[in-house]
Design a protein around this ligand. Sequence first.
Ligand code: FEO
Length: 401
Amino acid sequence: MERFLVRDEIWWVGVIDWNLRDFHGYETPRGTTYNSYLILDEKVALVDGCREGFGPEMLARIRGCCGLRPIDYMVINHVEPDHSGAIPWLVEQLRPGRILCTKRAKDALALYHGSDTVDRWDLQAVGTGDELPLGRNTLQFIEAPMVHWPDSMFTYVSGSKTLLPNDAFGQHLATSKRFADEVDWYVALEEASTYYANILMPFGVPIRRMLDKIGEMGLEIEAIGPSHGVIWRRPEDVERLVAAYLNWTSFNAPERVTLVYDSMWHSTEKMTMAIADGVAQEGVECKVIKLSVSPRSEAAHQILESRGFLVGTPTLNNGVLPTIGGFLSYIKGLHPKARVAGAYGSCGWAGGGVKQVDEELRALGLDMLEPLEVKYAPSDAQLDACVELGRETARRVKAMG
Ligand code: FEO
């Protein structure tokens, strides 16, 4: 089975999940990969596992790289089941000499896979500053709590100057190519952005802390091998990706407004188009996402990449449409910051949907515009008010510059 030399003694021995279309609520139209890395030095170390069911594919790649040579160490950077689901099976097959992970990962592995299983492993907790010499390379461990879970850790391969940061810098992108410079760069960066928005946006502060810590540690990073998607190996790619992360963790965004809406009888839709026209009249780019035809993960992505967003809903039974309700729950969890935001929409006789959106967005501490609600269908005067709402949103977005 084909495997890939990443650089020096590091091999990619991961697996490709071409058919993944939903990652805990995040629509993944391009599938994903679960990347694992084998360092073939005087000692052999495997960094990260894969999702349950993909173990045989990974094992075939490992055997293709090193035959029946023993695996001295297995490093588990993160316990989420997309990385640790196949670990018990892989441990049975590979019988690694020792398994290394953070203390929190050790506890979580026992809860996921059972103490009876995990207690049989030679499991060692490691933390920031701990090192594991392999020969020409040394593995350096850096705890990365909340990037993505409390147990998360980065592994740095010193000889090859390669960072293996698990979820950080990943993308849900299935491809037979392994490197960002071998695929359409726009696609790789777009998927990195979508991944950050949908997986890592709530953890901007700890991620920024990690970026700063790596800077303070003076680690030279010539390549980044995340655990999903393609590997970044050209200096210019690493530089652009880190710059993008610095922007995202700072909640910087382009001068853009995103309108996220759904509609029952086209009234909220008419309002949306008028607002979009108002945004455009101010020379600001506008993205429009209708949640009954586009995934909420794309809306989250566009909110990351926009300085402002408005949410439009009709009223259904005194509340929002179910598509908007699901989106509000999702976006509250992702917790965008430093955004201009607002609510609009139509209602029949009682209203309630726009008020609910306004209250829920206000609770996120966003820079809120006054809500705009119309009864039944917008009149010409009300559509003019929608245009003005779009213009005002755009003006506020430009003022953030
Ligand atoms: Fe790729 Fe947090 O798991």
